[in-house]
Design a binder for this molecule. Structure first.
Ligand code: GLU
Length: 323
């Protein structure tokens, strides 16, 4: 039995048992498919991940957690951290200021694309969940340097996930920092057209640090349910974000959370979610559940192949679709 109730308040024959069974079954059914995906290698350290890993966790607004498979394997948030820095920026700077510098529209381009930035004037990143948008969003935060900017993002990530010791994976951070020509190109291009201000290397440093925040699937499930509940972490009882900020975050996750795979994911799964090239996906079912998945074997768009397959099956089995 690789599924357990970590904080049980479940009726023996209620939804809890059904959820345990569904999670266990999907991990078992989907695991062989992970051989069809590939781990990200453009960040060399991520290339060392075992692509056969697959895990899932689900948390309810009532404070229950169910887990299955490799739910406790650590991995880095990567782009999932963009949701955290967006939440921080919306809270500290307000909607109007953030969206005057970054758009809210989906893009049909890959996560690290430079093409549309140059083609469309004003040269404003299309949304805060692509790399260019996340870098601009970080630059707006009212902190003097990478150290304090990153500390603020990490603090919010800790409160969203309830993992108060959550921190960076140093090796992944160094690996991305030392190889990220593409993100440097994006940032310097943005500065050249007046879309990004400040010390570029310092802003990028905080971006690489937040991408390397290390979590497991259960941490993401708690983050997802905190967003689902309108900003109150059901485990700590703390109001972490306002319900308005959570609504904006869920809307952007629903439309832009899986990059150029967002439309297909909305059709197949129908739940707001955000992926990262570390293999994680966080999903948020409003007023009901948060789900965290981990499977480092990615599809060609950079989204976790096993994670999407598990979420599709779970959404159907447990009637989670909201889109
Ligand atoms: N750190 C990664 C990058 O900037 C994040 C990309 C992702 O997770 O999609 O390339």
């Amino acid at each position: 039995m690789n599924t357990e109730v970590l904080n049980g308040r479940l009726e023996p024959h209620g939804d809890g048992e059904l959820i345990s069974k569904v999670l266990e079954t999907v991990v078992e059914q989907v695991r062989p498919c992970t051989s069809r995906g590939s781990v990200a290698t453009y960040i060399p350290e991520l290339g060392k991940q075992d692509k056969g890993l697959l895990g899932i966790a689900m948390a309810s607004v009532q404070g229950d957690v169910w887990v299955a498979g490799d739910w406790d394997s650590p991995f880095t948030m990567q782009s999932i951290s963009k949701v955290v820095s967006l939440g921080l920026a919306l809270t500290e700077m307000g909607e109007e200021r953030v969206f005057s510098r970054v758009g809210v529209d989906p893009t049909a381009d890959p996560f690290n694309s430079i093409m549309r930035l140059e083609m469309v004037a004003p040269h404003r990143p299309q949304n805060p969940l692509i790399n260019a948008g996340a870098i601009v969003t970080l630059s707006l935060l009212p902190y003097p340097d990478s150290h304090s900017r990153f500390a603020a993002v990490r603090d919010l990530a800790r409160r969203l996930t309830g993992a108060m010791d959550l921190d960076m994976d140093e090796a992944v951070y160094v690996s991305e920092r030392d190889t990220s020509d593409r993100n440097r190109a994006l940032a310097y291009f943005l500065r050249s057209v007046g879309a990004l201000e400040g010390d570029i290397e310092d802003i990028l440093d905080s971006y690489f640090r937040q991408c390397s925040l290390r979590v497991n699937a259960k941490d993401l499930a708690v983050m997802g349910v905190t967003l689902a509940s309108g900003g109150v972490n059901p485990f700590s009882g703390e109001r972490v974000l306002s319900s308005k900020v959570c609504r904006i975050m869920r809307a952007l996750m629903a439309t832009c959370g899986l990059y150029d795979g967002s439309g297909e994911f909305a059709v197949r799964v129908g739940v707001p979610a955000k992926s990262g090239v570390g293999g994680g996906i966080v999903a948020s079912v409003p007023m009901r559940y948060g789900i965290g998945t981990f499977g480092p074997a990615l599809d060609p768009k950079g989204n976790s192949l096993g994670g999407i397959m598990m979420l599709e099956r779970i959404s159907k089995e447990l009637s989670l679709r909201v889109l």
